[in-house]
Design a protein around this ligand. Structure first.
Ligand SMILES: NC(=O)c1ccc[n+]([C@@H]2O[C@H](COP(=O)([O-])OP(=O)(O)OC[C@H]3O[C@@H](n4cnc5c(N)ncnc54)[C@H](O)[C@@H]3O)[C@@H](O)[C@H]2O)c1
Length: 261
């Protein structure tokens, strides 16, 4: 099995797919970025464990990956459910080497006019899912002295949301603080903790129900003048899990077409 945090693991590059022999958990696996990431993780050689909220949206993604993928619907913000999921993944696929906390929801709303439950819902989906995932896998990773975690931040978490979405920006800012703090705690155990920070990506959750003009105007915020593609985020996840990044730690990797310079 490849130890994805071993300093000399990069020597495996070129001789086998980057994640060969590793077990990787992915949350939000039924989503626009998640489903693409699931495919790319499997193509990179990982044994993948997929989770999302609803079995019916998760099933087609799992089916594409065949019998090697383990899939189960859970609420990833629920710490007990996440712990149980990790136990079942380890029975089925072996110790967890990597975790990608991709689950999240995008909602907008003026701060003063938010419905009573909107704040909690958005923070739960975007921040508590990452907290639950990290708490569920870290004890085992610490015991083994190896592992890599990729959290999902956002441009909004770095400099505030452009659309009114304080709850989302605060949750993603929290993910960045969580990532850096856990990097300090877990680094001495040779566990890497990083985040990707996507710019606008053309998934249904961002562009569903919008016109071509509205999409073009969001894409124009990037220096390439276009929306990003889910593959461009999935590739960053594979990089951060892989032996190509064994000295990348506590980092927030912007994948945003130069939106924030
Ligand atoms: N699309 C973008 O432009 C963009 C930009 C910045 C950051 N992001 C982040 O990237 C990630 C994926 O975004 P996407 O565009 O693919 O969104 P998406 O809505 O298509 O996918 C997110 C998935 O997370 C799942 N999810 C939400 N709450 C969950 C919970 N409690 N338990 C389990 N699963 C849960 C949803 O069911 C969904 O399938 C999110 O964290 C999002 O905030 C996206």
């Amino acid at each position: 099995m490849t130890d994805i945090t071993a300093p000399d693991a990069w020597t495996a590059v070129g001789s086998a797919p980057l994640l060969t022999g590793t077990t990787v958990i992915l949350t939000g696996a039924a989503g626009g970025i998640g489903a693409t990431t699931a495919r790319m993780l499997a193509a990179a050689g990982a044994r993948v464990a997929l989770t999302d909220r609803f079995a019916q949206t998760l099933a087609p993604v799992a089916a594409e990956l065949g019998d090697d993928a383990f899939a189960e619907a859970i609420d990833a913000s629920d710490r007990a459910q996440f712990r149980g999921f990790v136990e079942r993944v380890e029975q089925r696929l072996g110790p967890v080497d990597g975790l990608v906390n991709c689950a999240g929801i995008w909602e907008t709303g003026s701060f003063t006019e938010l419905e009573e439950d909107a704040w909690d819902r958005v923070v739960r989906a975007n921040l508590d899912t990452a907290v639950a995932g990290c708490r569920a896998v870290l004890p085992g990773m610490i015991e083994r002295g190896s592992g890599s975690i990729v959290n999902f931040a956002s441009t909004s978490g770095e400099y505030g949301a452009i659309s009114p979405a304080a709850h989302y920006a605060v949750a993603k800012g929290g993910v960045i603080a969580l990532t850096k703090t856990l990097a300090r705690e877990a680094g001495p155990h040779q566990i890497r903790v990083n985040a990707v920070s996507p710019g606008p990506i053309g998934t249904p959750s961002l562009i569903g129900g919008t016109t071509a003009e509205q999409q073009a105007s969001v894409g124009a915020r990037t220096l390439f003048g276009r929306l990003g593609r889910p593959e461009e985020i999935a590739a960053a996840c594979v990089f951060l899990l892989s032996p190509l990044s064994t000295f990348v730690h506590g980092h927030v990797l912007r994948v945003n077409g130069g939106s924030l310079l």
